[in-house]
Design a protein around this ligand. Sequence first.
Ligand SMILES: N[C@@H](CCC(=O)N[C@@H](CS)C(=O)NCC(=O)O)C(=O)O
Length: 204
Amino acid sequence: MKLIGSNTSPYVRKARLVLLEKGIAHTYLVDPPSDPNSEVYRVNPLGRIPALILDDDTCVFDSPVIAEYADTLNDTPVLIPRHDALARMRVKRWEALADGIMDSAIVVRNEVLRPAEMQLAATLELHNGAITRTLEHVAAQLGQREWCEGDSITLADLALTSALAYLDLRQSERDWRGTHPNLAAWFKRMSARPGVHTSLADNK
Ligand SMILES: N[C@@H](CCC(=O)N[C@@H](CS)C(=O)NCC(=O)O)C(=O)O
C-alpha cells in the first residue's frame, strides 16, 4: 500500500504513525495537493491528504478512516478497542480532540499567511482559544498516566502526538511544554518510540 501525503500535514503524520506503530508495510510518498499533478486528485475527489492507496487501487481517506482501517489489519497493537464500546468511544473522542487542535492550528496558520491588514483578529482569537482550552483539557485528562486511554498505547496517543508536533512546527512560540509539564514528559516518552522518532525526523 502507498500513503500519499506531505511532511507538514498533521493528519498525514497521524496516519503514518498508525502504520509505523503497527508495523504495516507501506510506501510513504510526499505528493501534496499543492502540486496540480498530485496523484491525490486521481484517488480522492476532495483532493486532500492523507490518502492511502491499497494494492488493488482502493483509496482510503480521510485520516480517521485510514486509522480505523489500518487498525483492523493486525493486533500488534490494537489501537482502537474492539469490544468495549465506551473505551472505543473514549479513544475516538481523544482523536477528535487532537484533530480539533490540528483543524484550529491550520485555520490560524492560513490566517497568519494573509497580509497583516487582512488578518481577522476574531478568527485568530477563536481558534487559538480553542487550542489553549483543548490543551488544558487533555493535560488534565492525561494527568500523570502513561497513556491517554487505558493501560497501553492507542490511537489517542498517536493522534495527540501528531497534534503537538504540528504546534511545534507552526506555533513554536506557544510554550505548551512550560504550561503543561505532564504533557511535555509524556510527549518525550512518545518521541522515543521508533515509529514516532522516524515520523518526527521530517517535522520541518
Ligand atoms: N479531516 C481530514 C483533513 C485532511 C486535510 O485537510 N488535509 C489537508 C492537508 S493538512 C489537505 O489535504 N489540504 C488540501 C486541500 O484541502 O486542498 C483528515 O483527517 O484526513
